[in-house]
Ligand binder design. Structure first.
Ligand SMILES: Cc1ncc(COP(=O)(O)O)c(C=O)c1O
Length: 400
């Protein structure tokens, strides 16, 4: 499938749907470890495909698992009808590292679908209709998940959306009183990703858990961006010591392949089976090849010491970058890092300067003054130095 880059570029704009008038448009031919390669240039991956490639690119263990599963079988039947060993073994391993109330895994295709499933299950088991989410949250782009957003800019054109959605403010305990005994569920990212890495403080998550217990609302943690070691623990809820009733996962879950999951107790999960039966239907959810990749990737995360090193690497990045005069603040939850600059224009420009320097970073949906650093967890100190020196050079150019 090799094709001249300039021809590919033309075909890309002609035939592949775009959601932005200025996509990055890099044509990558290979990815390995923490580097992406075009025909002419190497890029250091400082975003992991937005918190997906936690184990790095091209891991032999993941490739072998995918090949082996393709040789055995790919798709057999719609979700849940067959006993497929990659699913079962992955669910068992995942359950073994989760608390006793999170032992049943429902597989889907994406993060949005995991959140759709979670809010549906919450409505079904509580018999309530109200949903509460956080200002500046991002839970996905399907109509249900999008209804949870507070940003009118992103959702207004798509109304009507789900009714009865209310918002709390991250870290504002006083705002929790919008959660009532009519609330089916509160859905929240324990660290807000697209909000620009907002970290829970002042007992906020504990107070939220308490309020959910008082009102009978289910607590859903969306760990689609924070899961699988990104914040320095396998899951952010462990780091902050608050356990949800439902956990949603995707991104790094699939080890580079598309996979999502909604995890809850065996008791709550049973509600999918009755009134109505087939509470959520998905053809490809938990695809055996994706689950084989997920299993290999989870085994790698458990075997290697990358997660133990996340906090130290995070501090190293902070230390190397915080003295730059253009850096106003750095918010970090492990290797999910927001570098806040003095204004939006600077944050916009720095990405393009970094591409010239051979470093791939990204912005945040709801924090225009920041840019993101979220490398694969396996990044070495030397690779961090390469990236941070490039960031400093790019910032120097902006200072001139
Ligand atoms: C916290 C969070 N939830 C949900 C999603 C949606 O996931 P997907 O794009 O796989 O539907 C994202 C994607 O960026 C996310 O960051």
């Amino acid at each position: 499938m090799k094709q001249e880059p300039y021809i590919l570029r033309d075909l890309f704009f002609k035939h592949v749907g775009q959601t932005s008038s200025s996509p990055l448009g890099l044509s990558i031919v290979k990815a390995e470890g923490v580097f992406l390669y075009s025909d002419t240039k190497r890029y250091l991956d400082f975003i992991s495909g937005v918190s997906v490639s936690n184990v790095g690119h091209g891991r032999r263990e993941v490739i072998d698992a995918v090949k082996e599963q393709m040789e055995n079988y790919a798709h057999l039947m719609v979700y849940g009808e067959m006993i497929e060993s990659p699913q079962v073994l992955h669910a068992q391993l995942l359950a073994s590292i989760l608390p006793s109330n999170l032992q049943s895994v429902y597989y889907v295709n994406s993060g949005s679908e995991a959140n759709e499933a979670a809010i549906k299950l919450a409505k079904r088991v509580t018999g309530r209709r109200g949903l509460v989410s956080c200002r500046n949250c991002y839970h996905g782009s399907t109509q249900g998940a999008m209804s949870l957003m507070s940003s009118e800019k992103f959702k207004n054109a798509f109304r009507p959306l789900l009714p009865l959605v209310e918002h709390i403010t991250f870290n504002d305990i006083d705002s929790l009183n919008v959660i009532t005994d009519e609330t089916a569920a509160v859905i929240i990212e324990p660290v807000q990703g697209e909000g620009g890495v907002q970290i829970p403080q002042g007992g906020f998550l504990e107070a939220l858990r308490e309020r959910c217990n008082q009102t009978g609302a289910l607590l859903i943690f969306d760990e689609i961006q924070t899961g699988f070691g990104r914040t320095g623990k396998m899951f952010a809820f462990e780091k902050y010591g608050v356990t949800p009733d439902i956990l949603t996962l995707a991104k790094a879950l699939g080890g580079g392949l598309p996979l999502g999951a909604m995890v809850t107790s065996n008791e709550l999960m049973k509600a999918w089976q009755t009134d109505p039966p087939l509470g959520h239907i998905t053809t490809f959810g938990g695809h055996p090849v994706c689950c084989a990749a997920a299993l290999a990737s989870l085994k790698l995360l458990l075997k290697e010491k990358w997660i133990d090193e996340v906090e130290r690497k995070s501090l190293l990045i902070k230390k190397l970058l915080s003295s730059h005069p253009l850096v106003k603040e750095i918010r970090a939850a492990g290797l999910l890092i927001a570098v806040d600059l003095k204004d939006e224009k600077l944050a916009e420009k720095v990405l393009y300067l970094l591409l010239d320097e051979g470093v791939l970073t990204d912005w945040f949906l709801f924090q225009p003054t920041s840019f993101r650093i979220a490398p694969p967890l396996c990044i070495t100190d030397e690779e961090i130095m390469i990236g941070i020196e490039a960031v400093r050079r790019a910032l120097d150019k902006l200072t001139l």
